[in-house]
Design a protein around this ligand. Structure first.
Ligand code: DC
Length: 236
């Protein structure tokens, strides 16, 4: 599909399907796809591996601040999937464990971590033609994005998706702990002081509890076309 190089910001809860939508849109439009959750997860993995987070889950903030500049993040295409590289190493699987998911909620609250990653995200998106997903993309990273989506689904549907995802990867998981951990993360994501997850006034809500992947993509493309038409009309 041929559309101008714009920024598409996608925000939403954990396991809401926002990454699936972001990937599908990027593939359909020939845009770059950036998963900012993977960036927060990789920073957390780095902190865990370097003794910045202890076994009780406590973070040494001073040490974390000091070590941040030593973190190099890149994305690499592996079999048509975007994998994140942490200082050159592919950590795509490691960052998805339940332990790292839980610790990431804590690390992503730290203002100096957010500042560090937001600067990287703006640099990556400066040439537009990008779909970026996360929690604060439409509100903080790219408040002027041409199109913003807020993706949601019921907690039960989301927990089932995450549970299936973990099982498919051969990881240990039980549905109740996945649901509880997800509800806890929702709470942390929406109530934290720095850049909480919010729906901005100009974001389009997609509730995909009862939508197939294809239906979600079709709906999003319809909204994008409408938004671009409105932007065009406003210009003329
Ligand atoms: O989208 P995800 O579940 O992979 O995100 C992992 C964690 O990172 C989650 O706790 C929210 C946080 N995050 C964030 O605070 N800001 C973003 N832009 C992306 C993710």
């Amino acid at each position: 599909m041929n559309i101008p190089k714009i920024i598409i910001a996608i925000d939403g809860y954990s396991s809401s399907g926002k990454s699936t939508l972001a990937k599908d849109l990027a593939a359909k439009l020939g845009f770059k796809y950036i998963d900012t959750g993977a960036m927060y997860r990789a920073v957390t993995l780095f902190a865990k591996q370097n003794g910045i987070i202890n076994d009780k889950g406590e973070i040494d903030e001073e040490k974390h601040k000091e070590k941040l500049p030593g973190i190099d993040l890149n994305f690499k295409n592996v079999n048509d999937k975007n994998h994140i590289l942490l200082n050159g190493k592919d950590v795509e699987d490691e960052i998805r464990s339940l332990e790292i998911s839980e610790l990431t909620s804590k690390v992503s609250k730290l203002p100096f971590v957010r500042e560090f990653l937001v600067a990287k995200q703006r640099e990556i998106g400066k040439d537009k033609g990008i779909v970026m997903d996360g929690r604060d993309i439409g509100s903080v990273v790219f408040p002027d994005a041409e199109v913003k989506f807020f993706v949601t689904a019921s907690p039960e549907v989301r927990a089932k998706r995450r549970y299936e995802e973990l099982k498919a990867k051969g990881m240990k998981a039980d549905y109740d702990s996945v649901l509880n951990s997800l509800l806890e993360r929702d709470k942390q994501d929406t109530t934290r002081k720095t850049s909480p997850l919010v729906k901005t006034d100009d974001a389009i809500v997609i509730d995909n509890s009862n939508l197939s992947r294809e239906e979600q993509l079709e709906l999003a493309l319809k909204y994008i076309n409408e938004r671009l038409k409105n932007l065009d009309n406003a210009k003329n």
